[in-house]
Design a protein around this ligand. Structure first.
Ligand SMILES: [Mg+2]
Ligand SMILES: [Zn+2]
Length: 202
């Protein structure tokens, strides 16, 4: 990718003026992984999108708490030539609309691009905080892998682990850092959102 900017997709309800934001990783948190030849991968087509059972309630709870629901997602399959950008955007738009997401930021790059947005880099979170006028005291991030927690740590906001058995195993971004500051862990998305809401009342 030559353009090293994340892609921003706005939802229908962005005119809302909320006091804080809950950042959600997408794949493995809001959307189920798809079992591919080399293990779980993101959906590559609209009919591969499956939402977790508790996801709709989770987003509704975030809005009821007066907070933006923001998606922060790495989609390196675009840079790897496995997912056309148009399809990536079609999938993201569908998810944004179905879940009533306020804003979605997508990093379409791979590690070799050295972009500021690919998690664990904090670029997408920093951009969202600025663009939504949200302070760090009113933000938290929920993710299922170490890159999400490391991103939150580097953005100086609480990192909440929606626990999965492979949360701390190496990813295509490498190994987790020795010191990972996990603010809260739960295998319940409702529990993660509840904790995030309490973080955002600072
Ligand atoms: Mg994930
Ligand atoms: Zn990027």
């Amino acid at each position: 990718m030559s353009e090293l900017e994340p892609i921003r997709i706005d939802g229908n309800s962005l005119q809302r003026s909320f006091h804080g934001a809950v950042f959600f990783d997408r794949d493995g948190v809001l959307v189920d992984g798809v079992m591919g030849e080399a293990g779980p991968r993101p959906p590559w087509a609209l009919d591969e999108i499956h939402f977790g059972k508790t996801v709709f309630q989770a987003i509704s709870d975030v809005h009821d708490a007066g907070l933006y629901a923001v998606v922060i997602t790495n989609q390196p399959d675009v840079a790897r030539g496995q997912l056309p950008l148009d399809t990536c955007l079609e999938i993201a738009n569908h998810i944004v609309n179905e879940l009533d997401i306020d804003v979605c930021y997508i990093c379409p790059h791979d590690s070799a691009d050295n972009c500021p947005c690919r998690k664990p880099a904090p670029g997408m979170v920093e951009q969202a905080l600025t663009e939504l006028s949200v302070t760090r005291a009113q933000a938290a991030l929920i993710g299922d892998r170490w890159v999400d927690i490391a991103c939150a740590n580097r953005a100086h906001i609480p990192g909440i682990l929606y626990s999965q058995i492979d949360a701390l195993s190496p990813t295509s971004a490498g190994n987790p850092p020795d010191e990972l500051d996990v603010a809260f862990t739960s295998d319940s998305l409702e529990g993660c959102v509840d904790f995030a809401g309490r973080c955002c009342n600072g």
